[in-house]
Design a protein around this ligand. Structure first.
Ligand code: CUA
Length: 325
C-alpha cells in the first residue's frame, strides 16, 4: 500500500505504461473502476484483519469466543455475509456499466486505422473513403486530439495485443480475425503503447508511439505522410537511394521510388519518426547506422537481416534515409 501511494505521486508521469492514469473517454471509466476496486479490496483486507486480531485478543483474554452458536455471535456471520454480498454485487454492476460504456465510442469516429501486429513491429494503415488519404506507416501514429479513432486490429503471424494504457485497455490481434477497438486522447501529447501478449523473442521490443495533436497539426502531418518520399538532394544520398533499391527494397517500401517491399516497415517518411525498431532505439544518425549494420545486436531474433554493406554504402544509405522526412 505504501508503494502504491508512493506511485500515485507525480512520479507516475514518468512511467509511460502506467494504467493508473488515463487520458480519454475509453480509459477514464476503466481507471476509475480500477482505483475503486483497489480501494475496496484494501478496505476489505484491513477490516477482516482487524476483526480477526480483535477476536483473537478477546479469546486469549478469556472473554469467551466472539462467534459462537450461543448468545448473539451469529450476528457477525449475518453482518459479514450481507456486507460481502453488497460489495460483490456493487463491483459486478459497476463493471458491467463500465464495459457497456467503453464498448463503443461516444460518437462515430471520423478516422479509422488498420493496425497489423507483426513479429515485432506494428504496420499502421490510415483508411479513408478518399483514396488519396490512404497510406501506410509503422510504429508511430498521429491522431487528432479529442476525437474517437476506430482501430481495426489484425495480425500477420501470431497473437499480439494492442495496449496503450493511458488511452485504452488491451485488445488482442489474432491471425485470421479482425478485432475492433477505439481510442480517444483528451490532451495533446505522446502516449506509449506496447504489445501485451507474449509473441516471441522480441515481444518486449514491440512498442508503439501515439502522438495526439490538434486537428490542424494532425492534418499537416497527414499531408506530409501522404506525399511521396523526398528525392535525394545530394550525390551521397542519391547513391544511397540506388544502394537501397538494390539491397533493401525486397523488404522495405519507399513510396515514389522503385522500392516496394512489404515485409518490413514502410520507410517513406522514416526521418519523421522518433524511434527505430518499434521503439527500441532513438532515431539518430548513429543509431540508424548501427541498426542497419547489425540489427541483431539491438534486437536479437529480429526478422531484419544484417545486409553486408561496405562502409561507404552504409553511409550512403544512412544519408538517404535521413532525407526521408
Ligand atoms: Cu507482439 Cu508481444
Amino acid at each position: 500500500m505504501v508503494a502504491l501511494c508512493a506511485m500515485s505521486a507525480p512520479g507516475i508521469a514518468a512511467t509511460p505504461l502506467s494504467y493508473l492514469r488515463s487520458h480519454g473517454a475509453h480509459a477514464d471509466p476503466v481507471k476509475t473502476l480500477t482505483w475503486a476496486l483497489l480501494v475496496l479490496s484494501i478496505v476489505v483486507v484491513l477490516v477482516i484483519t482487524g476483526l480477526v486480531v480483535w477476536g483473537i485478543a478477546r479469546s486469549t483474554a478469556d472473554q469467551g469466543d466472539v462467534i459462537s452458536r450461543e448468545g448473539n455471535g451469529l450476528r457477525f456471520v449475518t453482518a459479514g455475509l450481507t456486507l460481502t454480498v453488497i460489495a460483490l454485487l456493487g463491483s459486478v454492476v459497476w463493471t458491467m456499466v463500465v464495459l457497456a460504456r467503453v464498448g463503443s465510442p461516444p460518437a462515430e469516429p471520423k478516422l479509422t486505422l488498420d493496425i497489423n501486429g507483426r513479429q515485432w513491429w506494428w504496420r499502421v494503415r490510415y483508411e479513408s473513403d478518399e483514396p488519396g488519404r490512404v497510406f501506410v506507416t509503422a510504429n508511430e501514429l498521429h491522431i487528432p486530439v479529442g476525437e474517437p479513432v476506430r482501430i481495426k486490429l489484425s495480425s500477420l503471424d501470431v497473437i499480439h495485443s494492442f495496449w496503450v494504457p493511458a488511452l485504452a485497455g488491451k485488445t488482442d490481434t489474432v491471425p485470421g480475425q479482425v478485432n475492433t477497438t477505439w481510442i480517444e486522447a483528451d490532451a495533446p501529447g505522446v502516449y506509449f503503447g506496447q504489445c501485451a501478449e507474449f509473441c516471441g523473442a522480441q515481444h518486449a521490443h514491440m512498442g508503439l508511439r501515439i502522438v495526439a495533436e490538434p486537428r490542424d497539426k494532425f492534418e499537416a502531418w497527414l499531408r506530409e505522410q501522404i506525399a511521396p518520399a523526398a528525392q535525394p538532394n545530394d550525390a551521397v544520398a542519391a547513391a544511397g537511394q540506388e544502394t537501397f533499391a538494390r539491397r533493401c527494397a525486397a523488404c522495405h517500401a519507399v513510396r515514389g521510388t522503385k522500392a516496394g517491399g512489404i515485409l518490413g516497415p514502410d520507410l517513406s517518411h522514416l526521418a519523421s519518426r522518433a524511434t527505430l525498431a518499434a521503439g527500441t532505439i532513438p532515431n539518430t544518425a548513429g543509431h540508424l547506422s548501427a541498426w542497419i549494420a547489425d540489427p541483431q545486436h539491438f534486437k536479437p531474433g529480429t526478422r531484419m537481416p544484417a545486409v553486408p554493406l561496405t562502409g561507404s554504402e552504409l553511409e550512403q544509405v544512412r544519408a538517404y534515409l535521413a532525407t526521408l522526412n
